[in-house]
Ligand binder design. Structure first.
Ligand SMILES: Cc1cc2nc3c(=O)[nH]c(=O)nc-3n(C[C@H](O)[C@H](O)[C@H](O)COP(=O)(O)O)c2cc1C
Length: 356
């Protein structure tokens, strides 16, 4: 598609520190979702950045051989820019953990280190980590400084993922973001919900807009991007440099392709818009098999099929007979059994519930 040179496209390359992302679209870090297989698929579909789920910095200090964390940390630099997300509360833990990462033959090829300051889970916040750091900007800044010092030696940018604030009465994303920039963060992600909201309610995109105005580093807007349209609205309304997609990508990595294929100009003109391709049944099935086989290669069949059940129910969500398919998928314990479910789906021989 030829576009006039003066047209500012909303989906474009994006720079973080010294690294260039091929697109300003990121897959959100999601525990239990963003496994390596899924991150690879999202890159193939057009994500410009993916990030591992949160991994404890303290955990890495106690497990320098990475035996326990390897599964969550693993990256494939050939697939596209992958970041590693760490959480914790002690600056020294981040220095040690990042040293371990930078000395590792594969992990040192990660594109960036992301620091989690948004996790709402009680166990994490009661250890002063995750979103609890938004109530302790001095500690948060010390963590970023320590991380930047260590990661900087390896030329890796440090990014920070925050929320709007702790609760409705303490929304401080703007001031907090400025502190993170001063401390050396190369980019930010703003999940526009407070800790108190967890994942409920509507994300308040005006907070993203305020942060974008307050800092000079690039900002990923995050929260409630479910469709390509949402992505364009977020980019236009907030002025964010990029969009990070979480739950909207679960079972739907095609969202990245749809966003890239429905390119829209920043002036709102939709002259060049066309609907991104929706996957057909064969493509959906092929992708499920690809995901399963990639997980098996990494984790072995038993664990992979267990992990795959969750993804499977997202992949079939909204499809004809989803409830029945989901039940059949849950019962599958081996690759062969899951392949059979897919085959029955293809042949229409899955028994469909009336109201599924
Ligand atoms: C199952 C699940 C796991 C998550 N795990 C993480 C995580 O490990 N690190 C993190 O920074 N955010 C995590 N998040 C938050 C997402 O990255 C994202 O900020 C949030 O889902 C809002 O974006 P969305 O509305 O596009 O889903 C998780 C969210 C979900 C639903």
């Amino acid at each position: 598609m030829d576009l006039p040179a003066e047209m500012q496209l909303l989906v474009r390359r994006m720079q973080i520190g010294k690294i260039w992302l091929p697109a300003n679209l990121a897959l959100a870090p999601m525990a239990g979702v963003s496994d390596l297989a899924f991150r690879r698929i999202c890159h193939r579909m057009g994500a410009g950045l993916t990030v591992t789920e949160l991994v404890s910095a303290r955990g890495l200090v106690h497990d320098p051989s990475l035996d326990r964390s390897w599964r969550f940390l693993s990256i494939d630099p050939q697939a596209g820019p992958m970041g590693i997300q760490l959480f914790g509360s002690e600056p020294a833990d981040f220095s040690t953990a990042i040293c371990t990462i930078m000395e590792h033959p594969v992990l040192r090829h990660c594109s960036l280190i992301d620091i989690n300051m948004g996790c709402p889970v009680k166990k994490v916040v009661s250890a002063q980590a995750g979103s609890a750091l938004m109530r302790d900007p001095d500690r948060a800044a010390a963590i970023v400084r320590a991380a930047v010092r260590t990661a900087g030696q390896a030329g890796k940018p440090v990014t920070v993922k925050i929320r709007s604030g702790w609760d409705a009465s303490s929304v401080n994303a703007e001031q907090f973001a400025c502190r993170m920039e001063e401390a050396g963060a190369a980019a930010l992600t703003v999940h526009a919900r407070t800790r108190d909201q967890f994942y409920s309610g509507q994300a308040e995109w005006s907070v993203i807009e305020a942060v974008c105005r307050a800092v000079t580093i690039p900002v990923f807007g995050n929260g409630d991007v479910w469709t390509a349209d949402d992505a364009f609205r977020m980019l236009r309304q907030t002025g964010a440099a990029g969009v990070m997609v979480g739950r909207g990508a679960q079972g739907n990595p095609w969202i990245f392709r749809q966003i890239r294929e429905s390119q829209v100009a920043s002036d709102g003109s939709d002259r060049y818009t066309h609907q991104g391709r929706q996957p057909g049944l064969e493509e959906r099935i092929a992708l499920i098999i690809e995901h399963m086989d990639s997980l098996i290669q990494q984790l072995g069949e038993r664990t992979a099929i267990k992990e795959m059940r969750r993804h499977f129910s997202w992949y079939v969500k909204g499809q004809h007979g989803a409830a029945h398919l989901r039940m059949a998928g849950m019962k599958a314990g081996t690759r062969q059994e899951l392949l059979q479910v897919l085959e029955d789906w293809r042949n229409g021989t899955i028994k469909y519930c009336e109201n599924s």
